[in-house]
Write a protein that binds this ligand. Structure first.
Ligand SMILES: [Zn+2]
Ligand SMILES: [Zn+2]
Length: 348
């Protein structure tokens, strides 16, 4: 089969590899649609610890083969990949904190992923879909679950006010979940006007461009003491620092942007957090008990009833064979994009 393999830092190739045969307890997905995640791009640009590796975890397809012990009832069913493979035995798995598992694997990061014609997964990692659901939209289920998980961590309640920092793919999913769950006021910031336009289309009430306005001052004008909930999805240290002055006393901040590890924050950040009694939560992935969690089932419901708009988030579609070119362009900042869908069947 053909697959897109990360061979080394900045080296991606589209090549022939052996087709997986599902192990006992596993099944095989014939891939129909793949979406490129920011983390795939990061693994390509910054390098990764495992080579060679087939990237990709935002993937949907049709189950075409089952391993020993897996019912043939799965054959022909549509599914999306649940990428986290927890051990289900350690202390954290017992508590249902699967993303804190002591010995997890992850499809597309620690084992072969979905940038391929076929992918092997444990039975529990196939998230079954209704036949009528678009494969492209189903490939975007995983990033939606991360956004939904952030709102759960921030204890979001209907009629609260919220600020979303960053209107990339996770930010735009957060905006939609805030709209679906009934936020009173949704303010979104981004330095790219295109991203802000999409945010307005899918539910933001107010958009602010930090390259044009002072976000802290604008929020004070709009919300007085700040928002009930602030969601950080940029990974930019200066933006992280702004989360506290735009959040009301006793408000909540949830962090999901990956920050540069060589930077630091002044301890005025902690002082501000203490004085305003703000709760700060980290977010890592999107799982809760029972596995994979309500984040996943709610995403399916919101997709089926039309409240979750995936179409507006897709900016490009390419054959899988073009992935090395596309990653090169993205790495060189030559391709402005939102969600990019890859299709293995159009591969040349
Ligand atoms: Zn992802
Ligand atoms: Zn575990």
């Amino acid at each position: 089969m053909k697959a897109v393999v990360l061979e080394n830092k900045g080296v991606l190739s589209y090549k022939e590899v052996s087709i997986p045969d599902p192990a006992p307890g596993h099944l095989r997905l014939k891939v129909k649609a793949i979406s490129i995640c920011g983390s795939d791009i990061k693994r390509y640009v910054d390098g990764h610890r495992i080579y060679p590796l087939i990237l990709g975890h935002e993937t949907s397809g049709i189950i075409d083969r089952v391993g020993e012990g897996v019912g043939e009832i799965y054959l022909g069913k549509h599914a999306a990949i649940i990428p986290l493979v927890p051990c289900f035995e350690c202390e954290q798995c017992q508590r249902g904190y699967y993303s804190a598992c002591h010995s997890y694997s992850f499809i597309g990061s620690r084992q072969a992923g979905g940038f391929a014609e076929y992918v092997d997964l444990p039975e529990r990692n196939a998230f079954l879909l209704p036949d009528e659901m678009s494969f492209e939209h189903a490939a975007l289920i995983e990033p939606s679950t991360v956004a939904r998980h952030m709102l759960a961590l921030g204890d979001f309640k209907r009629d609260q006010t919220a600020i979303v920092l960053g209107a990339g793919s996770i930010g735009l999913m957060i905006v939609q979940w805030l709209r679906i769950l009934g936020a009173d006021q949704i303010i979104v910031t981004d330095i790219l006007e295109d991203n802000l336009q999409i945010a307005s289309k899918i539910g933001a009430h107010i958009t602010l461009n930090p390259s044009k306005v002072d976000v802290v001052k604008e929020v004070q004008k709009l919300l007085g003491d700040g928002a009930d909930l602030t969601l950080e999805a940029t990974g930019v240290p200066q933006v992280l620092e702004q989360t506290l002055p735009i959040t009301r006393p006793r408000g909540k901040v949830v962090l999901a942007g990956n920050q540069p590890l060589d930077k630091s924050l002044p301890l005025t950040f902690i002082e501000n957090m203490m004085r305003r009694e703000i709760s700060l939560s980290g977010c890592f992935m999107s799982y809760s008990a029972p596995f994979p969690g309500h984040e996943w089932t709610e995403t399916i419901t919101a997709l089926l009833d039309g409240s979750l708009d995936m179409e507006s988030l897709i900016s490009h579609r390419f054959p899988l064979s073009k992935a090395p070119d596309i990653f090169e362009k993205i790495g060189a900042h030559q391709l402005a994009h939102q969600k990019i869908i890859l299709n293995p069947e159009e591969a040349a």
